[in-house]
Structure formats: C-alpha cells, structure tokens
Design a protein around this ligand. Structure first.
Ligand code: AMP
Ligand code: MN
Ligand code: MN
Length: 338
C-alpha cells in the first residue's frame, strides 16, 4: 500500500454509504469505558445523521452506564441511551473505535444479531467482525475515518459535530505529539478549527481540570511508583497502581484516574510505563505505554487486551503483583524476541 492509498476499499465506502442512506434507524455503539475518540466519533456522526431526519440511538455496553465526566462536554449527549433500551436486533448497527466484538461489552450480542454491521476503526489489530469494514490503521483517530465518511455522505460538519471529531483527533494524537501525527491529521484539525470550535475549551475539559481529590490520589500513586531498570530487555519499566481504596478515601470516581499514565510515562529511565487501575468491582484495567521499542499492542493482546504499538491495555482479574508478573516476560524489545 502506498501512502496515498487508503486501507479502505472503494467497495466498502460505497456499501457503507448505501446502507446508511437507506436506513431509517441507525444503532450506534462505541467501545466500553469510552474515550474521546470512541464517544466523539459516535456522537459526531450521530448528530450529523440526526439532523438529516434519521432516527439515531447511540450507546456503549458498560454494566454501569455513565459518560465519563471528562466527556460530558461533548455535544450530542441526548442521543445516548442505556444498553437496556438498545434495539435487540438492529437493522443497521455501526461500531466506533472497537477493535473486537468483545470491546462492545453488553452490546456485543446486539452486534451479533444486527442485519448489517458497519465497523469504523483505526486499530491495526481490528478483527474484522462486521459485514462492512471502514478500518484504516494509518488514521490517527477513528474520527478521521468518520470525517471522510461524512464527506462522502454529504453531511454538514458544523461546530458541534467538529467539536466531537476534534476531541477524538486531539486525544488519540496526544495533542499532536505522538508519532501518528501525520500531515493529514493537522489538515483535518485545520478544517475543524475553521468551523469556529474552541480548542482551548476542549483542551481544558479533556486535560486541564480535576477535582482536588485527584491531586491526593495522584500523589499516592506517584509515591509508590517503581522503576525496574532491568525489565523490558534492560530498557527499563516504570509502573504504579491506583486501588479502589485509594479513590474511596478521597471520594474520587474511577474515570478520574485515566490521566495518571500520562505522568508516569514521562520517565527517562523506562521504555515501558504501566498503570494498573482498580475499578469499583475490584478488577484491574491496565494502561501501558512504550516509546517505540516494545510493541505494547502485542504484549497486551497476549493477555486478552489490545491497542496500538505504543499505547495499549488489558483487563486483569489477578492481583496487581500477579498481573505485573504476567506482563513482564512480554516486554522484550522488537528484534530481541526469539
Ligand atoms: P488506555 O490506557 O485506557 O488509554 O488505552 C490505550 C489503548 O489501549 C486504547 O486506545 C485501546 O486501543 C487499547 N485498550 C485499552 N484497554 C483495552 C482492552 N481491555 N482491550 C483491548 N484494547 C484495549
Ligand atoms: Mn479508544
Ligand atoms: Mn482511537
């Protein structure tokens, strides 16, 4: 494939646009514990379609259905419905930023029974679980794929829709810092900014505000950070964890600790950074980052998760220590594996 050639075939674009044009009702779903790319791509397309008179229902399959506080500023929240109110056998279902059927959580059975299932994503690990696939691993965010789909459908990208798409773009590129930051990503940002959206307000909502309790819990997590210089083939590992007891002591909800990894991953002495976050049910969600020498998508996939080469995750029912013991042997740098 050349740089100009999309991973998505013309036949798939045509099929997706035909299905969406023909459908009266659209059932949208993004991955569980949605991030800005998952929710932004879903609500952006949902808003634009709803404005053309389509009936739109949007959801995600978490057992406790709640939009993370950080993402409540995204326009289009009125389109959201709990999984219990989601159509059991949607005529047309569209998924966003989910690399596998399992990532749909409670909505996976609905996807299994959908008449047609359009999968919109940018994970290289996408398993191709739909009937039509708009999956482009070269796209910095799922919202980049959604923008092209909207253009092909002739939908209007106004400031509210643009806010949703921009939130996904700016999050998944790490504010245009990650290696996936292509000319196309900046060009899209330029088009979205031209709608009049407020990048400083979006950045503040996403990264620059927290309840005071976050400082306390962050302090606890950083206080127990461990550096293992010999791990990851000698390139180094830094890791820490946040328990539900840490959060309960300060009254901090789970979704407030997503940003801890962004502090931990800055450590010069470590190629790999890991943060284990205990949810309210006692399970661990593990965030992992590398600087490029260790393929985190591969390591996390071996433990039932997935993601991108430099940013991936998995869930674990083991203790924190046992979870780390399972992860450590998987951190061999590229080229050093047998
Ligand atoms: P996070 O550390 O939660 O920001 O997640 C980083 C990336 O890892 C996400 O963009 C997802 O692509 C992926 N990811 C996280 N958790 C999982 C999981 N349990 N299963 C599959 N992929 C995951
Ligand atoms: Mn995501
Ligand atoms: Mn994404």
């Amino acid at each position: 494939m050349t740089a100009n050639e999309s991973a998505i075939s013309e036949a798939d674009w045509r099929r997706a646009t035909e299905l969406i044009r023909a459908a009266g009702t659209l059932a949208l779903a993004c991955h569980v514990s949605p991030d800005a790319d998952a929710l932004g791509s879903m609500l952006g397309l949902g808003l634009a379609l709803a404005r053309t008179g389509k009936k739109v229902v949007a959801s995600f399959g978490d057992r406790v259905f709640a939009v993370p506080r950080l993402l409540r500023f995204l326009p289009g929240q009125h389109l959201l419905a709990e999984p219990s109110a989601y159509p059991a056998e949607p005529e047309l279902m569209i998924t966003f930023d989910a690399s596998t059927m399992e990532r749909l959580g409670l909505l996976a059975p609905h996807a299994g029974k959908a008449g047609e299932l359009v999968v919109i994503d940018h994970h290289v690990s996408n398993t191709g679980f739909g009937t039509v696939h708009l999956v482009d691993p070269a796209a910095a965010s799922t919202t980049m794929v959604v923008e092209e789909l909207m253009n092909r459908l002739g939908l209007t990208i106004d400031r509210e829709v643009a806010t949703c798409l921009y939130a996904g773009l700016v999050t998944d590129t790490g504010s245009f810092r990650h290696s996936i930051t292509t000319p196309a990503a900046h060009a899209m940002a330029g088009r979205l900014l031209a709608t009049g959206l407020r990048p400083e307000e979006i950045a503040r909502e996403l990264w620059d505000r927290s309840p005071f309790a976050y400082l306390r819990v962050l302090g606890t997590a950083l206080g127990r950070a461990t550096l293992e210089p010999d791990a990851a083939g000698g390139l180094g590992l830094v890791w820490t964890y946040v328990t539900r007891a840490d959060r309960a002591a300060e009254g901090l909800p789970y979704d407030e600790v997503e940003g801890v990894i962004d502090v931990v991953r800055r450590v010069d002495e470590a190629e790999v950074a890991v943060v284990l976050k205990e949810d309210d049910e006692g399970g661990w969600n593990v965030s992992t980052r590398s600087k490029g020498a260790v393929d985190m998508a591969r390591a996390c996939a071996a433990l039932g998760g997935g993601g991108h080469p430099r940013a991936a995750g998995f869930s674990s029912a083991l203790s924190a220590a046992d979870t780390m013991a399972a992860l450590r042997p998987l951190l061999a740098p590229e080229g050093s594996r047998p």
